[in-house]
Design a binder for this molecule. Structure first.
Ligand code: ZN
Length: 312
């Protein structure tokens, strides 16, 4: 058995990962047992979701996706929102370097990166806003359109954006549960949504995001993965957006099983990002070897939910 090869393609080895009590050592870096365990849990969640695709923007998904009354995404409309006094989002350890390497995976639905703890051992976390607790960063992924369509999931005042990034967090009160298990609870998860607007020119300040997007050409086939090394912190994903203004509401995962477990925080400010980088997403392939494009779910009914807006 060639451990190096199996470490690189952890999917092939996922049945064996539970037996791995040691770090998976590669040529010039290592994945910790904790990170391997997180990768496995993330893969299990993907498998549990079953086969689904974006052919009908989710309108053919079943179960809670079809019957739920607190579904996401929605249109976030200022005139319909409660403009109220809300604490700002507090970011803890967002500026602390993460343990690396990070593994970026094409799981057939998105480019997904499980986030390890920081090098100090704590996780990046958020609190404040209308969050019911402290939530630790678990993973980041993206939703996008195509060369001629925008692909954000939420809309803001009837406007959709080119890309929407989701940073998925789990409530620390469910520290012993996986993300999938925590999604059984209405206060289980918190997702930060960041809109991207395509810009024609390169933009220099997105060092962390560029690391992720520059790795996309290495994960074009379904189930391929690659590693990102060097310095990286979760805060870099936010670029230079203003985080003091946001919409927040109770909703769901936007992929099956659409569990209604998410406190959503969607920032009003939009991150300008080069079109050439965004275009790398359109080259990814799904499990049918078709272009993975328009990876967004249709807008859902608000159903009398309160949408709150924090204004600066
Ligand atoms: Zn998402």
């Amino acid at each position: 058995m060639n451990l190096l090869k199996h470490c690189k393609d952890f999917r092939l080895m996922h049945l064996h990962l539970l037996a791995l009590s040691f770090a998976c050592v590669l040529a010039d870096f290592e994945l910790t047992a904790e990170y391997l365990s997180d990768l496995k849990a993330d893969e299990a969640l993907e498998i549990a979701a079953g086969e689904y695709n974006y052919d009908n923007q989710g309108n053919d998904w079943t179960g809670t996706c079809a019957s739920g009354q607190k579904q996401s995404p929605i249109d976030l409309i200022y005139d319909d929102a409660d403009v109220v006094s809300i604490p700002r989002i507090r970011f803890q350890n967002y500026n602390q370097q993460l343990q690396t390497p990070l593994v970026l995976v094409n799981n057939g639905h998105t480019a997904n990166m499980v986030l390890p703890p920081t090098r100090r051992g704590e996780r990046a976390s958020i609190s404040g806003g209308l969050l019911p607790g402290v939530f630790e960063a678990q993973s980041v992924h993206f939703h996008w359109g195509s060369a001629n369509s925008k692909g954000s999931e939420h809309a803001i005042n009837f406007e959709r954006y080119d890309v929407e990034m989701h940073i998925v967090h789990k409530n620390t009160r469910y520290a012993n549960l996986s993300v999938g298990e925590a999604s059984a609870f209405s206060d289980g998860l918190a997702v930060l949504g960041v809109m991207f607007r395509a810009r024609p020119r390169p933009i220099s300040q997105h060092y962390g995001l560029n690391k992720v997007f520059n790795a996309l050409p290495r994960i074009i086939p379904y189930q391929s993965n690659t590693t990102i090394t060097g310095m990286f912190n979760v805060g870099q994903l936010l670029g230079n957006i203003v985080t003091g203004e946001f919409y927040t509401y109770q909703g769901s995962l936007t992929t099956p099983d659409c569990a209604e477990s998410v406190t959503w925080t969607v920032f009003k400010d939009v991150l300008d990002y080069p079109n050439a980088q965004i275009a790398k997403l359109w080259n990814l392939q799904d499990s049918r070897s078709r272009p993975l494009i328009n990876t967004y779910r249709e807008l859902q009914d608000i159903n009398n939910r309160t949408i709150s807006f924090r204004q600066l």
